[in-house]
Design a protein around this ligand. Structure first.
Ligand code: KG4
Ligand code: ZN
Length: 359
């Protein structure tokens, strides 16, 4: 690491391969210089979900071209960077391994410090590229195909006084929110990944006509699971409703079912996120992950947060889904806050705990 990073922040290259996106990002401090993503989503579509082995192979093929394109876009050579950051977990084991091995090779060859970082914290840190320094504490609602969590963030690098900084308040006890979108889309005959299709169907002519269940919001559930989520009952309720329609020979009103399902998901997410924030005196809510691209979630969060006296930050949709810029953004923060780099034998950890921000 150079003694003095450039005055406008450290130059960091970030690598993300935890699921089906090969992402390479380059940032200088809070400034985004390149965000290159190669997705293998088309190869998984016919299976209705991500196939781990297919994802790993696609990462292998995409890594070098994606790296080259990112450096070209940023106008840098790999040797210019102050540090390399990589998602070390959580995610698919084989997919993570490709990114971690690539990052190690780069760090070793270039003689640069390496930071193995947590994917979830990276989803939080990416907002700095759009809205500037993160307010700490903030409450992060992370919703994607793989995770649904409420996190209390006091230090996004995990360098808090007691080694903490990113503390879970709640999480899904079954399906992730994005997973529910994908499964319901399948029931409705919409393509994978289903989130954007449900969003569009709901927006273009959908009306909330069906009162689908709101998981873990009953009085007794709230005692044990106040900040946890459950979407599997909702998914089953939608499937039953559609089956009953089909049995009776009536057409399925796809747009209305999509709008009603989406309303149920967003209602629970926003309600619990604002409850968590206000119960803890936190005034800033940050929403990230692929589902944060949902137009209804964004509108509902802004509207209800204003009424609760909470500010909302949501990165633009392209930064909400998995990408390398988010990893670079967290890496830059690690450098800026003087965190000790990872050892070169750092593992890829498919179940890395959310509290382990840096390995
Ligand atoms: O963050 P992400 O790209 O990858 C994971 O870490 O999972 O999130 C992908 C998920 C998918 O389940 C997809 O259906 C969902 O995000 N998604 C959406 C929207 N755009 C993507 N869900 C609802 N509305 C959207 N507009
Ligand atoms: Zn993600």
């Amino acid at each position: 690491m150079p003694d003095r990073p450039a005055p406008d922040g450290p130059l960091v290259l970030g690598i993300e391969t935890s699921c089906d996106e090969t992402g390479v990002g380059v940032v200088r401090g809070h400034t985004l210089l390149a965000d290159t993503v190669a997705s293998s989503v088309d190869q998984h579509a016919r299976f209705g979900g991500v196939v781990p082995e297919v994802a790993s192979r696609a990462h292998l093929e995409a890594m070098v071209p994606t790296l080259e394109r990112a450096c070209e876009t940023a106008g840098i050579r790999p040797g210019d960077v102050d540090a390399i950051a990589v998602t070390s977990g959580p995610g698919l084991a084989g997919a993570l391994l490709v990114g971690v091995a690539s990052a190690k090779a780069l760090a070793l060859a270039l003689g640069k410090p390496l930071y193995g970082v947590n994917h979830l914290s990276a989803h939080v840190a990416v907002d700095q590229l759009e809205h500037g320094s993160l307010p700490e504490p903030c409450l992060a609602l992370l919703v994607s195909g793989g995770h649904s969590s409420l996190l209390r963030v006091t230090d996004v690098t995990g360098g808090g006084a007691d080694g903490g900084g990113v503390d879970p308040m709640g999480a899904t006890i079954d399906d992730a929110a994005g997973e529910a979108f994908d499964k319901v889309a399948r029931v409705l005959g919409l393509p994978f990944p289903g989130g954007p299709h449900i969003d569009r169907a709901a927006r273009e002519g959908g009306t909330v006509t069906i009162d689908f269940p709101r998981g873990l919001t009953g009085r007794r559930d709230l005692e044990r699971h106040r900040f946890d989520f459950s979407f599997s009952g909702l998914k089953t309720a939608v499937a039953r409703w559609v089956e009953a329609r089909e049995r009776s020979g009536e057409p399925v009103p796809v747009a209305d079912v999509a709008a009603s399902f989406q309303e149920a998901v967003c209602d629970v997410l926003v309600r619990k996120a604002l409850d968590a924030a206000t119960s803890d005196g936190i005034e800033d809510l940050l929403i990230g992950g692929g589902v944060a691209a949902n137009s209804r979630l964004r509108a509902m969060a802004v509207e209800r947060a204003a009424a609760a006296g909470v500010r909302v930050r949501v990165p633009r949709p392209g930064l909400c889904t998995d990408n390398g810029a988010m990893v670079a953004a967290l890496g830059a923060e690690m450098v800026a806050r003087g965190r000790t780099p990872s050892a070169l034998d750092l593992p890829a950890d498919s179940s890395q705990p959310v509290t382990t921000v840096l390995v």
